[in-house]
Design a protein around this ligand. Structure first.
Ligand SMILES: Nc1nc2c(ncn2[C@@H]2O[C@H](COP(=O)(O)OP(=O)(O)OP(=O)(O)O)[C@@H](O)[C@H]2O)c(=O)[nH]1
Ligand SMILES: [Mg+2]
Length: 209
């Protein structure tokens, strides 16, 4: 019989799809600096390359299937999408990077807005950088890591789609990410996740206060 995966959720930790404790609302899609909310609530942002699973992770965290739009085609999320939780903080779904088929103008303006957002957004508390657990970090992922070094926010690496790996692959991925982070002198918390198997939910929510 196949050995159960070590990261399979324990029965007592399994979460309901709808969590009564989380009151969630989609607030807005921002396509420019002036569109960002002005109420000063804390923001927790999710960044990563297109198709890595940002929108799926947000749906899984919030227990609302289909709240953030997901797609098998990269480039689905093109704006900063704000979801308010318990009227006290925002989860922000950012456009993915590294999607070559978007127009150049569009790509540049996203890049600029995201860079400005990461650099200057005062109420930004934490950046969750999503990396596909099946592949080594891309050059752009490594650029994000370097970029995050200088910022006064908590930086967390989230390995996505862990359901697609067996235990041996999972260990190899983790070791590789740890090696890359160490090489960059970054001491960063790593969270393993799967939106399909609802892995990593509590660990990530615990970091969003
Ligand atoms: N097996 C598996 N598939 C996933 C997981 N998370 C996301 N996916 C799939 O990956 C694809 C992309 O997911 P999205 O959540 O739309 O990715 P995204 O990062 O928001 O993409 P953009 O909006 O294009 O930047 C979809 O087909 C999802 O169903 C996961 O944990 N496991
Ligand atoms: Mg998306």
């Amino acid at each position: 019989m196949e050995k159960p995966l070590e990261f399979a959720p324990q029965p007592e930790k399994r979460v309901a799809t709808r969590d009564a404790h989380l009151e969630v609302q989609f607030v807005k899609s921002a396509s420019g600096w002036k569109d960002l909310p002005e109420d000063g609530l804390a923001e927790f942002a999710f960044i990563g390359r297109s198709n890595v699973g940002k929108s799926s992770l947000i749906n899984m965290l919030l227990g609302r299937r289909g709240l953030a739009h997901t797609s098998g085609t990269p480039g689905k999320t093109q704006t900063l999408n704000y979801y308010v939780v318990n009227q006290s903080y925002y989860l922000v779904d950012l456009p993915g990077f590294g999607y070559a088929r978007t127009s150049k103008t569009n790509r540049l303006s996203w890049g600029k807005l995201i860079t400005r957002y990461l650099n200057q957004r005062e109420n930004l508390q934490t950046v969750f950088h999503l990396i596909d657990s099946r592949h080594p970090p891309t050059d752009l992922d490594q650029e994000v890591m370097e970029f995050m070094k200088g910022l006064p926010v908590l930086y967390v690496v989230v390995l996505t789609k862990m359901d697609k790996l067996n235990q041996k692959e999972r260990h190899a991925t983790r070791r590789e990410i740890e090696r890359v982070l160490l090489e960059k002198s970054l001491e960063v918390q790593i969270v393993e996740s799967s939106s399909v198997k609802k892995i990593g939910r509590q660990a990530i929510l615990n970091l969003c206060i």
